[in-house]
Design a protein around this ligand. Sequence first.
Ligand code: CA
Length: 250
Amino acid sequence: MKLTWEAAGATHVGLVRAANEDALRLDPEHGVFLVADGMGGHAAGEVASDLVAQVVAAGAAAAVDGGARDGELVDRLRNATLAGRAAIVERCQEMPAYCGMGTTLTAVVLQRSGEAHAAHVGDSRLYRVDAAGLAQITRDHTWVQKELDAGRITPAQAQKHPFSHILSNVLTDDTEAVVDTHSLSLEAGDELLLVTDGLYNMVEDAAIAEIVRSGGTVHERVDRLVEAANAAGGVDNVTVVLIRAVASSD
Ligand code: CA
């Protein structure tokens, strides 16, 4: 059985920040979806996230059009992500005021067979939602996650840690990035959720799961997630993409 997708995405500036430095792309035709969370002065965060979103979405779509599948598709997705970083380096050389800008990236490419491939840098997240509940697929590239992995802090300390915003890996001009990849198999009814930290820092995973499983269209549920982040204070930009795998007759 082949799969197709119902997908919705939304981004909101939140209630505190003056600008939205998040970016997203939805390309159901190619099965390509991503979120990016930019950072940097002189409005450069918006430049970084949008540039990387554009380069990665185009690279992934070209790989799909070229017939890449499975391992080759993962390689192409990783290369597209590194090409996104190269575009940041180039922009910084043209416009020195932009140097130091960076962005996270969490991108997925879904094949109609149900195989899904993800590339990830930073602290945006990919979750899978199925009958078992909400499962975080990506690992945050943060200083706090490293401390947690090393057993030097507890999960409770990590949740409210003052350094929780410090990234250990990001797409930026002055350091190399490490691209994590993940592959998973989807069945009809499974859902993937891509978010920036403006969602999960405001809304706990259990509450995110409750909203995602609350029924309604992908559009309605995306709107509810964004509303929940803002209802909780909206201290950051928030971006959400929700994808539902559905059986297709063709
Ligand atoms: Ca953010």
